[in-house]
Write a protein that binds this ligand. Structure first.
Ligand code: ATP
Length: 683
């Protein structure tokens, strides 16, 4: 028997390894299995080259457990090792590379991905003792038994082993004993071993016998050694891709499209990516792209390897060329990884373009689900945006789809304004903005549907990218202002009438300055009163809301325009019924209120920080005076408004109709409106 010290320099490397890699303890099983797979495949390679002529036999890798004794055994029928090889690969290389690895990353523990690099050594994260029983494939080889109890000391002796191959016996430590339980092993196999390229057996197949499930003597193979991505696209049918999707995500709905990746130069990469049909957010979070290295599961956090917008996709990427034992930041600067990332982007764009060209109908049917990926891609990846320009679609309120060019053709004639800008009208909510959409359509304009999560940003991007194009929500202004043409319409109201009318409406709107009243010369059959919200302000507020309301726009109150249609018969009528004298006086009262209100506001802000008892008599007096004056003026104004009688009621009614068309009339105001309507009908 040989005894020795493992060739590491640091005496206490075992404790270090346990401490540092704590969170990733479970990878020990993957490491042991992938060594078994390697050993099996090496033997097959030798056989192919004629360097091994013996009987291959059953090369299934077998896992067995003894939960009570805290033991897991992994047996393969691969190349095995001679005593010299154990000494070289286990005692020297495996341990010293582990040591080197830790040395390198000891100050940067957080960035250790923890995948690979530690190989055999990782078994000691969970074991108090590891044994190797092995016999090389070589003709005159003898069996060897190696054991090590988690210290740099090991024992190596001859052992009478019948079969070629290696048994790794893992004696778990007290802390890790749950790993020897059947359910835990199954869980880990499901995660790491599902697609290992060599059959792996754990437990027995079961069958129904006399009302219960019983073990048969047939081994249960837990993996699919030939997953779809390892096959040639030509050998697969649509159904195979769907079946594989189900294999990956048993609960997922059928995907929209797949993309089969297959590259061998300048890097090796295979895989299948899917555009999923997203039902809810949970699926996006749960069903992620899985990264494999030669069919061994590595991780499902692929940030940095796959461009960000594609992390929403599902599927598998398998590449031995992605450096795994490096930090994330290093990963992103790795030139292979950069190439992989841009290759994937290109492939995805090409595939979408093909489907668009070959089967536009299918593409349109799936567009609503695809939209979010494509927009996200276009917003975050210039190269993708460039490619996607050809197939990105716009959808109008009639459910028709257009490319940019097609849409331009459609609206060019009617929706070009006097500055030669092509005005795209859009809605973010077909129901809420119904009145405006209908108004636009009745003029022969087309309205786009932009109700997606990313549309606010997308509209901004399109405005920058498309030449001479602007986007306006249908309710951003009255139609004639949204798309301004050369000809301006006559007004049926005189300037004086307009001047008299505006204060009456203003008098019946909230006093907080959230409404600006204006008169526009619109069509006779357009609505008498419309409430609009400026495109710019609304967009700023929307964007700020998406960013959590962190900029100044988020804090601004909503501001609306109340537009009076000077050509609508109701407005014309109203204006002519308003007593000119009272109308003029109302305007004067308004003007008189303004400075007093301002003074009152100033006093209020000035006194706001002080306590009531700290105010001097003089200050209190001043405040009372201003307050009184303001109250008087307001009462005067109210009296004048009331003196209009029926006209005052009509003004209220018209404002409420405007609000109603915008879905803004609620609660008490809505109730008042209903009652007033009844009264007006009775009159
Ligand atoms: N089951 C096995 N059969 C035959 N040889 C093995 C087996 N397990 C380990 N070895 C030998 O021990 C060496 C060290 O294994 P270890 O897992 O530490 O590193 P690796 O597999 O070479 O690389 P990696 O860091 O990617 O795991 C292997 O290269 C192999 O030569």
């Amino acid at each position: 028997m040989q005894k020795g010290n493992i060739g590491v320099t640091t005496e206490n490397i075992f404790p270090i390894i346990k401490k540092f890699l704590y969170s990733d303890h479970e990878i020990f099983l993957r490491e042991a299995l992938s060594n078994a797979v390697d050993a099996t495949q090496k033997l097959k390679a030798l056989a192919r080259r004629g360097e091994f002529e013996g009987e291959m036999g059953d090369t299934t890798i077998r896992i067995s457990n003894d939960a009570e004794k805290k033991i897991i055994t992994i047996s393969d029928r691969g190349i095995g090792m001679t005593a010299e090889e154990v000494d070289k690969y286990i005692n020297q290389i495996a341990f010293s590379s582990a040591n080197e690895f830790l040395d390198k990353y000891k100050d940067d523990v957080q960035s250790i991905i923890g995948h690979f690099g530690l190989g055999f050594y990782s078994l000691f994260m969970v074991s108090e003792k590891v044994e190797i029983y092995t016999k090389s494939y070589k003709d005159d080889a003898r069996g060897v038994h190696w054991s090590c109890e988690g210290s740099p000391e090991y024992q190596l002796e001859e052992y009478d082993k019948k079969e070629r191959g290696t048994d790794i016996v893992i004696h778990l430590d007290e802390e890790s004993k749950e790993f020897a339980e059947e359910t835990k092993i199954n869980e880990l196999l499901e995660k790491y071993a599902k697609f290992l390229p060599v059959p792996v057996a754990f437990g027995k197949e079961q069958e129904w016998k006399e009302d219960k499930m019983v073990d048969t003597d047939k081994d249960k193979i837990i993996n699919n050694p030939e997953p779809a991505w390892t096959k040639k696209p030509a050998d697969l049918e649509e159904k195979d891709y769907k079946d594989f999707y189900k294999e990956l995500y048993p609960m997922g709905e059928d995907p929209l499209f797949h993309i089969h990746l297959n590259v061998d130069y300048p890097f090796n990469l295979t895989g299948i990516l899917y555009f999923p049909k997203i039902r809810n957010n949970i699926e996006i979070q749960k069903n992620k792209i899985q990264l494999y290295c030669n069919q061994v599961f590595v991780t499902d956090s692929v940030e940095g390897i796959v461009p960000e917008f594609l992390t929403l996709l599902h599927g598998v990427i398998d590449s031995p060329d992605i450096p795994l034992n490096v930090s994330r930041s290093y990963l992103q600067s790795d030139s292979n990884v950069k190439k992989i990332s841009s290759h994937i982007t290109k492939k995805v764009a090409d595939r979408l373009n093909d489907i668009f060209k070959e089967d536009r109908k299918q593409f349109e049917e799936k567009w609503d689900d695809l939209k979010i990926f494509i927009q996200y891609g276009m917003l975050t990846d210039e190269k993708f945006a460039e490619r996607a320009k050809n197939f990105v679609l716009l959808k109008n309120t009639d459910g028709k789809y257009f490319t940019f060019d097609e849409y331009k053709e459609l609206i060019k004639e009617d929706q070009t304004d006097k500055d030669k800008k092509l005005v795209h009208l859009y809605t973010t909510n077909k129901t809420e903005q119904y009145t405006f959409i209908e108004e636009a359509k009745s003029k022969g304009y087309d309205v786009l549907e932009m109700d997606g999560q990313l549309d606010v940003h997308f509209v901004n991007k399109l405005e920058t990218d498309l030449e001479d194009a602007s986007f306006k929500r249908v309710d951003a202004d009255v139609l004639d202002k949204l798309i301004e043409k050369e000809v301006s319409k006559e007004s049926k109201l005189s300037d004086e009438q307009q001047n008299n009318l505006v204060p009456v409406f203003r008098g019946r709107l909230p006093e907080d300055g959230s409404y600006i009243v204006s008169v526009e010369n619109l069509d006779e059959d357009a609505l008498p009163v419309m409430i609009t919200q400026s495109e710019f302000m609304r967009r700023m507020k929307d964007m700020s809301e998406m960013q959590g309301g962190m900029n100044m726009y988020g804090n601004l109150p909503d501001s609306y325009n109340l537009v009076l249609n000077s050509n609508h018969p109701l407005i014309v009528n109203l204006a002519s019924n308003i007593d000119e004298e009272v109308g003029g006086e109302l305007k004067k009262t308004d003007e008189a209120i303004e400075p007093v209100q301002k003074e009152f506001d100033e006093i209020s802000t000035k006194y706001a920080d002080k306590k009531e008892e700290d105010l001097s008599e003089e200050e209190k007096q001043k405040r009372t005076e201003v307050q009184q004056k303001l109250d008087e003026l307001k009462a005067e104004k109210e009296n004048k408004l009331k003196s209009f009688g029926k006209e005052e009621k009509l003004v209220k009614q018209l404002i409420d109709l405007g609000l109603l068309a915008n879905n803004m009339l609620k609660g008490e105001d809505l109730n008042k409106f209903v009652k007033r309507s009844v009264e007006l009908l009775e009159e």
